[in-house]
Ligand binder design. Structure first.
Ligand code: NAD
Length: 301
């Protein structure tokens, strides 16, 4: 068997196109606005933020990047979040992770107003997802993974999904989302014994452990779907947590790195931002300044 490659780049472009048409067709002159909080000088974070800003502009979402020195204190950062929460021009807030080690990330993420928490990392939204509540804002990477799985056409109900990784931002929310799709979910991690044997039981493998090319073909059951979330740089080259070339002959579908889950994450973040904007508008939370536009850059701000 040679696996079909799930083209995340293409599917993400289609998602962004659809979104951009919706935003362009929106009769009001309002514009959704995303605020991105960036702390310190992490090169990878800077690249991610640049990509998000560019993608936002392409679909018609405003993006304000607020940059702070590595030395910013936790309280000062919490105040920044409070201001963004109260700023009616801002519809979505994300904090680029990782934060410096002197800052408690969970405390900062918990401060984001749930209806502006477009990364879905606030424990309130994580809790809603765990309780199967449809109004949860689902974080972008899991949402992107679900979309990629849907494009394969396979029925998710009853499938055994093995997730490698239990982080708050990938492993756990993916597990909840797929459990809510009636999958049978196993979550594995760095302390799991007999990992290859467990992965071999999977109809769907989601690798999110940050270990370059950990998953080999003899871990994969014939015909399994393999979703590679990992982004690792080895000798200057990007690779995932799955040995892509190796699993090609066992899997039915596999995502490449780059060009798989990564672009979907950005597309889903934008989708979350637009949906947050729509909900806030419905709830009357969106500020209109005297120029009549939300997200305006006029002197009335
Ligand atoms: P993390 O470091 O927070 O968590 C890694 C998880 O993997 C932990 O739960 C750990 O127990 C588990 N793990 C580590 N080594 C393992 C091993 N040998 N066997 C089994 N489990 C092991 O990482 P994260 O933030 O969840 O990210 C995981 C990977 O996904 C990273 O490569 C990251 O760069 C990537 N990522 C990609 C996207 C995207 O959009 N494509 C988004 C977020 C993260």
């Amino acid at each position: 068997m040679t696996a079909k490659i799930i083209d995340g780049k293409l599917i993400a472009a289609q998602e962004r196109d659809e979104l951009s048409q919706k935003i362009a067709a929106d009769e009001s002159e309002d514009m959704p606005v995303l605020a991105v909080v960036l702390v310190g000088n992490n090169d990878a974070s800077r690249i991610y933020v640049r990509n998000k800003k560019k993608a936002a502009a392409e679909v018609g979402i405003g993006c304000e990047v607020l940059e702070f020195a590595e030395s910013i204190g936790e309280n000062a950062l919490l105040e920044v979040i409070d201001e963004l929460n109260d700023n009616p021009h801002i519809n979505g807030i994300i904090v680029q992770l990782p934060l410096p080690s002197h800052i408690n990330s969970l405390r900062v993420l918990s401060k984001i107003r749930p209806d502006k928490d477009v990364d879905g990392f606030n424990p309130y939204n994580a809790g809603l997802l765990a309780c199967r509540e449809p109004e949860a804002i689902v974080s972008a990477t899991p949402r992107g993974i679900l979309k990629l799985l849907e494009t394969t056409g396979i029925k998710l109900v009853g499938k055994h999904v093995v997730i490698i990784g239990r982080s708050n931002i990938v492993g756990r929310p993916v597990a909840m989302l797929l459990l809510n799709q009636d999958c049978t979910v196993s979550i594995t991690h760095s302390k799991t014994e007999n990992l290859p044997e467990i992965v071999y039981q999977a109809d769907i493998v989601v690798a999110a452990c940050g270990q370059p090319k950990l998953v080999k073909k003899d871990w994969i059951k014939d015909g399994a779907v393999v979703i590679d979330v990992g982004i690792n740089r080895v000798d200057g080259k990007l690779c995932g947590d799955v040995d892509f070339d190796d699993v090609l002959e066992k899997a039915s579908f596999v995502t490449p790195v780059p060009g798989g889950v990564g672009p979907m994450t950005v597309a889903m973040l934008l989708k979350n931002t637009y949906e947050a904007f729509q909900k806030q508008r419905l709830n009357g939370n969106v500020h209109k300044c005297s120029c009549g536009k939300n997200g305006c850059h006029c002197e009335h701000r």
